[in-house]
Design a protein around this ligand. Sequence first.
Ligand code: ASP
Length: 342
Amino acid sequence: MMNRRGLIGASLVGSAMLGAKASAAEGGVKLDGPCVISTWDFGVAANQAAWAVLSKGGRALDAVEAGARVPEQDLKNHSVGRAGYPDRDGHVSLDACIMDELGNCGAVAALEHIAHPISVARKVMEKTPHVMLVGAGALQFALEQGFPREELLTPESRIAWEAWKKDAKYEPKANSEVGDYGKTSGQLGTPGGANNHDTIGMLAIDAKGNIAGACTTSGMAWKMRGRVGDSPIIGAGLYVDNEVGGATSTGVGEEVIRNVGSFLVVELMRQGRSPEAACREAVERILKKKPNAKEFQVGFLAVNKQGEVGAWAIQSGFSYALCDGKKQDLLLPGKATYQLTS
Ligand code: ASP
């Protein structure tokens, strides 16, 4: 199976599928008209759901919500939504946020028993005077809004958790092979096996040129109960400024929070950096302040108002998916490779 690094090298559109450092020379990619981008390989399917909204002239906000819901409901995805890996005590607790072109935003953190935190985050934005609800209060609000209460710990995730408990080591691990998110619990539960954290961060531009973003995750597998990462925090895991662009992050959230990463990327774009240069500078800022962060993965993905897209990550292996009216990205079944087709 081709890993993400091999994919980048082999791709004819290497700059589009950049694994950050591999694309330094190309400097990112430009999309035309309505478009959507998102983190990791599971962003391919998510983008298609978002594109179904954008291609009909729909609003970027609706597109990113629809897109983010795809990995949230994917039982093969153990880092987002239902079937996400639990904390070390066995609780699946989810983080999400959403932001629109007007600067409105909503978030939920440490939300349990609700399969679509991104939609609850949107309700927080639209129905409350607040930006973020957490824990029991977020659950109460979600139930009041009519979201069903569900068991999110799947049998597969439970097996992985039971396997993890044998050693009970907290070791963040990202950047495994493309499609790893769909592997079986035995492999995933094995120390040294597949990745144990990822997030979908998604940014879209609609036909009116408006930008919105969404970010949703189950966070770091085996985290402490109550731990919240960057993903639901506006400015850390996601930031949108409709005059400038948007940015989102994935990876070890503590490092992103410390540097208010996505806000930093957008502000750097405001100062004239390309999306890729802005993402790179944000990564370098993290490493400068804390050199041993190079052992972790943190990746940023950004788009500016002109549709220019860029990404950068601490380690090679970070991928993102993109989609506009001319290009649709596709994960070919059984071939473990991406192609962008016209
Ligand atoms: N950023 C997420 C968190 O820290 C995890 C990830 O994207 O890998 O919760």
